[in-house]
Design a protein around this ligand. Structure first.
Ligand code: NAG
Ligand code: NAG
Ligand code: NAG
Ligand code: NAG
Ligand code: NAG
Ligand code: NAG
Length: 507
């Protein structure tokens, strides 16, 4: 072929909108929201200030410090100290060009005893933060409950294990809608209920550290075979209760949207053996379907009912009605692929936990060791799955990010090009999924600044912006990835980092 023709062809290819190499934010649907996120316990600090009382995470990090489980002895006592730096942070978001900030309200800061009296200082803090965001044109996307249950409710009735949680949660959510709903138009009831239940009640590696032998160690009580399912049931009912309250009392006037956010990942077969493929499909039903099936169809997935049996709580007719359709959107947090190895020996045990019920080797060990297998293609598989299986709901990607260990702990490190590369690959897949019909409406990088990480303490960093954790002032600095994201948000092109578009069938 003549060189000129080659040249013209190349030009044409480069100009095609479906060529991911030239993707810009204008290729995403109108009104698509780009943001970044954090959560209260992980970012705020000021743990014992202005009337805030402990959550189960304060208790846990302090106990864990004593038993030495967390090698770096980190806690959220100070974290990034956003409580004292929120104005600087909002200015930074504005400078970078974020459309939205995803954060959570700390229940024990707003209602320190879990129910009853409102802490006026807590109310004032969130009013200030929300006002500062709206003044800068940044949408607040607010999670009502992100793991930090007031310790008092844990002590009083075992927290999530009691149906009393549902009423206390609903009253807390009511306070949030009433106080902030004039300005907050995007609410998430609960963050990652599918992880909180496993960490807290199966392995016991998270608060409230409940588990039973042989599924976890060092627990003070618990039953790994039953409690994760009970806690999940109460979280689902609490979610549905808050949504029906919002719809009945607030939505018509406040005109907001409400949903729930799940940890996804993607279970993929670890080998080519057919039983691993079957197990991976099953585990996606356990992991995503555990919550999505009740939310869309009003009951647990058939495969869970069969395999968990009498340990899976029954959904009553009334509960089923309240659960079905109880969301305006679904938030998906996505990081890693979970390599799935079938293990039917586990399923033949008399005492089974969630993973044994699923008939798989527990994959969370990899993740706890920080061996996240980043695989942007898995986001495409996930979105296709959710589209086909659950009626193509509106989706927000609420977390997606890349963690790395500081090279020289305590030193300021700007170079995080690995982070920008990975995020660009994810955005490319996201674009292709949307083009293929997925109803995704927003994307949030985890995290806006470095935070206390629930799985890794300070050992892993996810921030677009760094925080100098070694100084009391917690100075922020702009990493290369924040510069890259800002460039993209201001109209810049994605660099084509890998030919993923081919894998996704783009022209
Ligand atoms: C359990 O406790 C023992 C003794 O304190 C400790 O050596 C071990 O690392 C703990 N295991 C876990 C998983 O925390
Ligand atoms: C957990 O509960 C199940 C069902 O009630 C029971 O059979 C089992 O013995 C309990 N396990 C422990 C460790 O208490
Ligand atoms: C599965 O089989 C394909 C083709 O034989 C091979 O390329 C691939 O590496 C195998 N995958 C695994 C996980 O073994
Ligand atoms: C759930 O319903 C089934 C069938 O109606 C019943 O046999 C079972 O006892 C119920 N389980 C619980 C935990 O209520
Ligand atoms: C980027 O990732 C590669 C491969 O994992 C690693 O070898 C390299 O050290 C990373 N670069 C930085 C700056 O962290
Ligand atoms: C695009 O959607 C169609 C219809 O749902 C599906 O068959 C196809 O596999 C999807 N392509 C990708 C790349 O997800």
């Amino acid at each position: 072929m003549a060189p000129l023709l080659w040249f013209l062809l190349l030009l044409r290819v480069a100009a095609l909108p479906e060529d991911a190499a030239t993707l810009t934010r204008r290729d995403f649907p109108d009104g698509f929201i780009f943001g970044a996120g954090t959560s209260a316990y992980q970012v705020e600090g000021a743990a014992a200030e202005d009337g805030r009382k402990p959550s189960i995470w304060d208790t846990f990090t302090h106990q864990v410090m004593m038993t030495g489980y967390s090698a770096d002895k980190s806690t959220g006592d100070v974290a990034a100290d956003q409580y004292h730096h929120y104005k600087d942070d909002v200015k930074l978001m504005h400078d970078l060009g974020l459309d939205a900030y995803r954060f959570s309200i700390s229940w024990p800061r707003l209602i320190p005893d879990g129910r009853g009296e409102i802490n006026l200082k807590g109310l004032e803090y969130y009013n200030n933060l929300i006002d500062e965001l709206t003044r800068h044109g940044i949408q607040p996307h607010v999670t009502i409950y992100h793991f930090d249950l007031p310790q008092s409710l844990q002590d009083e009735y075992n927290g999530l294990l009691s149906p009393r949680f549902i009423d206390d949660y609903t009253m807390y959510a009511d306070t949030c809608f009433k106080s902030f709903g004039d300005r907050v138009k995007h609410w998430v009831t609960i963050n990652e209920p599918n992880v909180e239940t496993l960490g807290g009640f199966d392995s016991g590696t998270w608060p409230p550290r409940r588990c039973s032998h042989p599924f976890g160690t060092n627990c003070t009580g618990g039953n790994s075979t039953t409690e994760p399912y009970i806690a999940a049931h109460h979280l689902l009912l609490a979610h549905a209760s808050a949504v029906s309250l919002y719809r009945d009392k607030y939505q018509a006037t406040q005109k907001g949207h409400i949903g729930i956010t799940l940890l996804t990942g993607w279970y993929a077969p670890a080998t080519n053996a057919s039983q691993d493929a079957v197990a991976a499909t099953r585990m996606n039903d356990f992991h995503i379907g555990w919550f999505m099936h009740p939310l869309v169809y009003g009951d647990y997935p058939p495969v869970m009912k069969i395999r968990v049996g009498a340990r899976l709580p029954n959904v009553t007719v009334e509960q089923s009605k309240k659960l079905s359709g109880s969301f305006d959107f679904i938030g998906l947090n996505h990081y890693a692929v979970f390599p799935t190895l079938a293990d039917e020996t586990a399923f033949n045990l008399k005492q089974r936990d969630y993973f044994a019920d699923g008939g798989v080797a527990n994959p969370t060990k990899y993740i706890l060791e920080g061996q996240n297998e980043y695989a942007p293609w898995a986001l495409g598989e996930l979105l296709e799955h959710v589209k086909l299986k659950y009626g193509n709901p509106a989706i927000m990607i609420h977390e997606n990010g890349y963690g790395d260990a500081p090279k020289t702990p305590g030193k300021i490190e700007y170079d995080d090009d690995n982070r920008s590369k990975i995020l660009q690959n994810y955005l490319e897949v996201l674009y292709l999924s949307i083009r293929n019909g997925s109803n995704v409406q927003g994307y949030f990088v985890w995290s806006f600044v470095d935070v206390f990480e629930f799985l890794f303490g300070n050992r892993m960093r996810f921030g677009l912006c760094g925080v100098d954790m070694s100084t009391a002032g917690r100075k922020r600095y702009v990493r290369n990835s924040a510069r890259w994201y800002s460039g993209f948000l201001n109209g810049g092109e994605l660099r084509s980092v890998s030919p993923l578009s081919k894998a996704y069938g783009a022209a």
